[in-house]
Design a protein around this ligand. Structure first.
Ligand code: ATP
Ligand code: MG
Length: 752
């Protein structure tokens, strides 16, 4: 529909327009500050490639950083090109894309199609086991080495593409180069980590399993060595490119190989906040070298925030004197000056936040709602005081990427059984499921089982089943009796799965077989909410079932590694656990609590950032102070209309009360630019009554949200799907200082 195309192109400014229309075959970098419409341009470009250049949706690959960002992009795209075409676009995180294609082409990289994705929790457990033999050695050297630390060493090595062998070799070389008189505890750590790295890899392979880093590494191998895995691709687009690491860059290059330079990336060096996870801002320069003729387009207008918010944010980030200055303007009014407050304790701070949110919602008469607020934290442990203050004021809140659903005990219990049915070699699932409900099978017995499995080259599950079936005299009847119910349960599930029972039904049957509700009642004080979560898992499973045809890709794949519904369900649940699942329903009616990292790319009308203190901003353990400054900048620039920063003079940290000082980032910014913050909380007059007389623009972008709010506010059940529908008929409340519902630029004209 040419008119449709015309109307969405019309909503772009000149530079954005140029970026969307840029010759598809010429590699492109779009570099710009926060809120300048980078993601909007990326989405529009996808639509333009499909609608104007007739590139099939299924030959476009769009990479986002988080699942939430992928969902958001999907929603935006849906409005432009419809649901069917949107779902054909290969869109998701690097991890999700790799998992999808590794299933299809598993044999090519030497793994089984029924591999299980091992999450951080399980990885840590494997490592804890491998660390045990080194305990005495480390203690004798007075070195404390935790499973999580070892995992992050390994993870960093993998992010650079360093194998265990290379890791050990590098360490040996460094050791030889050094004079022998230098004593260095790092030396012992490196050696232990190297050995564990090697064993960890073995453990994963034995379990027929890949961890999150492996997904990327095996993905690179697949995409570089096996052309059929990428031959479908005609254009690659990457959002938040500044935060890609070496491996992710290699992935992009490999997927893009058949496109001969049809690559579009967007990014902002000022928002690079993943250096600690080996991200390389240098990838921008690398891309210009690898893709000859890469052009750059800069966007300079910020559409998200008011002038005052932008001014304060820029004052903070520009204190980094090594930064390359950039133009970032807004045509929005100056708006309300951001608030900076100090409190005696974290309780006082938390109470202020709760009371202030309540006050704003009450005084804005429906223009601001709970879902318009976000509280952004440097690290999630800071949320405890705030969560309880919100609770006391009866303010609903949801933690974004916080208590991760798929990492809950009860969810993992259920998944473990299903993983075992799909992949009998997956040891972490076996060690968990075997004692759910408790069957008093001890750690020693399990270790013996695994050892026996290794010796006989069978899966541990096979070994257990043999024990159960065998009539050998060396197996004690007591042992057989203990494993009996477990073996029976797994066999029953396996039978159901091969008969084609759907994942939701499989879960229901499993719950009955192991009497899981009783198990929770007996062992968990808060069993009811856990049981609720299990019900939620069933809902999730039925939603995945619905989406199955969306995930299916049409490639000349290895037919033996077919996607069973169970496997698709397991894959979807493992990839959601990657960090950031919050359902739409959740976010609309609740105050969002999130880490600053997880808030990247998102926006809210009101943003509150507590604990802007030394030790928090910058974080006391950081190696890179400028990255911490950029993180605060990212957090501030999530705000559309109101921004609050606060700090306390005393805070309890790990049971100890510590004196705190205001963050140097804010202190230096206010010293150089006076008046960017105020102590006074905004006193906004109550909203005005108005009638919509005219609506500018199209039905498909921010103003559609305005209109939805109009409809919702008037409690009409029908959403207005055309802008013109609103004219004349909608008497609404709106607030000139906030725009409509905080959307900074009301494109509807109102008369009082
Ligand atoms: P970030 O760096 O934080 O990821 P971004 O550059 O990706 O930001 P977007 O999220 O694409 O920015 O856009 C920010 C907001 O500005 C969105 O609400 C978007 O709809 C709006 N916006 C972008 N461009 C325009 C435009 N030309 N007209 C009106 N609104 C726009
Ligand atoms: Mg963005």
């Amino acid at each position: 529909n040419p008119q449709h195309l015309h109307s969405f192109l019309n909503s772009l400014n000149e530079a954005q327009h140029k970026a969307v229309l840029h010759e598809p075959a010429a590699p492109l970098q779009i570099l710009a500050g926060p809120g300048s419409g980078k993601t909007k341009v990326l989405t529009s470009r996808i639509a333009y490639l499909i609608l104007h250049h007739s590139i099939p949706a299924s030959s476009i690959c769009a990479v986002t950083f988080t699942n939430k960002a992928a969902t958001e992009m999907q929603e935006r795209l849906c409005k432009l090109i419809g649901k069917q075409r949107t779902s054909a676009v290969r869109m998701g995180t690097f991890h999700a894309l790799c998992a999808l294609f590794l299933r299809k082409f598993s044999k090519v990289v030497g793994i089984e199609g029924n591999f299980t994705v091992c999450d951080h929790d399980e990885s840590k457990k494997i490592i804890a086991g491998l660390l045990k033999p080194y305990k005495d050695f480390l203690a004798s050297k007075d070195i404390s080495l935790k499973d999580g630390t070892v995992l992050s060493y390994i993870s960093r090595a993998k992010a650079k593409g360093t194998t265990a062998k290379e890791f050990i070799a590098e360490h040996k070389k460094a050791n030889n180069d050094r004079r022998s008189s230098d004593f260095d505890p790092q030396d012992d750590i490196q050696r232990v980590v190297g050995n564990i790295y090697q064993d960890y890899e073995k453990a994963l392979r034995r379990s027929n399993s890949l961890d999150f880093d492996d997904l990327l590494l095996f993905g690179v191998k697949l995409f570089t060595e096996h052309p059929p895995a990428t031959s479908w691709c005609r254009h690659v687009l990457v959002d938040e490119f500044q935060d890609t690491n070496v491996t992710q860059y290699e992935l992009m290059r490999a997927i893009a190989a058949p496109t001969k330079g049809c690559v579009t990336v967007v990014g902002d060096p000022d928002q690079s906040i993943y250096g600690w996870r080996s991200a390389e801002v240098g990838n921008l320069a690398k891309m210009r070298k690898d893709f000859t003729g890469t052009e750059q387009i800069f966007l300079e207008e910020n559409y998200r925030s008011t002038g005052a918010i932008l001014k304060a944010s820029l004052a903070i980030v520009s204190q980094d004197k090594s930064r390359i200055p950039k133009t970032l303007l807004t045509s929005h009014p100056l708006g309300t000056i951001p608030v900076l407050r100090s409190f005696p304790s974290e309780q006082a701070e938390a109470n202020f936040i709760a009371v202030e949110i309540k006050r704003l919602v009450a005084s804005m008469g429906g223009v601001l709602r709970w879902g318009d607020f976000a509280i952004l934290l440097r690290f999630s442990a800071l949320s405890r005081a705030i969560e309880s203050a919100l609770q006391k004021e009866a303010i609903p809140s949801a933690v974004l990427g916080g208590h991760k659903f798929f990492e809950r005990q009860e969810i993992k219990d259920i998944l473990a059984y299903l993983q075992l049915v799909d992949n009998p070699s997956f040891v972490p699932a076996l060690t968990r499921a075997i004692n759910i409900p408790s069957r008093a099978i001890g750690e020693k017995s399990i270790e013996a089982l695994i050892a026996r499995a290794d010796k006989t080259k069978m899966s541990p599950l096979d070994v257990i089943e043999r024990i159960y079936d065998s009539h050998q005299p060396d197996i004690k009847p007591a042992v057989k009796h203990k494993v009996g119910p477990f073996v029976k349960t797994v066999r029953a599930l396996r039978k159901l799965a091969t008969e084609g029972t759907s994942p939701p039904d499989l879960i229901q049957r499993l719950l009955a077989l192991i009497q899981y509700e009783d198990h929770l009642k007996k062992t968990q004080p808060e069993w009811e909410s856990r049981w609720e979560n299990v019900q939620e898992l069933i809902t999730f499973a039925s939603e995945v079932e619905h989406d199955v045809n969306l995930v299916d890709v049409d490639t000349n794949a290895d037919p033996s590694s077919s996607d069973t519904p169970l496997r698709l369900f397991l894959q979807a649940s493992m990839l959601s656990s990657e960090g950031d699942n919050q359902s739409e329903e959740d976010s609309k009616e609740k105050v969002t609590i999130s880490t600053c990292h997880a808030a990247k790319g998102l926006e809210w009308p009101v943003v509150i950032i507590p604990a802007v203190e030394q030790g928090t901003f910058p974080f006391y353990r950081t190696d890179d102070v400028q990255e911490e400054r950029r993180l605060l900048y990212v957090a501030c620039t999530r705000a559309q209309t109101l921004l609050y920063l606060s700090h306390v003079s005393k805070r309890k940290v790990g049971g100890e009360t510590k004196t705190k000082e205001i963050s140097e980032f804010v202190a230096s910014a206010t010293k150089e630019h006076s008046g960017i913050f105020t102590l006074r909380t905004p006193q906004l007059p109550p909203p005005a009554r108005a009638v919509v007389t005219r609506v500018l623009g199209r039905p498909d972008a921010p103003e559609a949200e305005v209109l939805r709010r109009v409809a919702e506010f008037r409690k009409t059940t029908r959403y207005l799907d055309s802008a013109d529908d609103a004219v004349g008929q909608s008497e609404v409340l709106y607030h000139p200082a906030l725009g409509m519902g905080g959307n900074a630029r009301p494109t509807a004209t109102f008369v009082s």
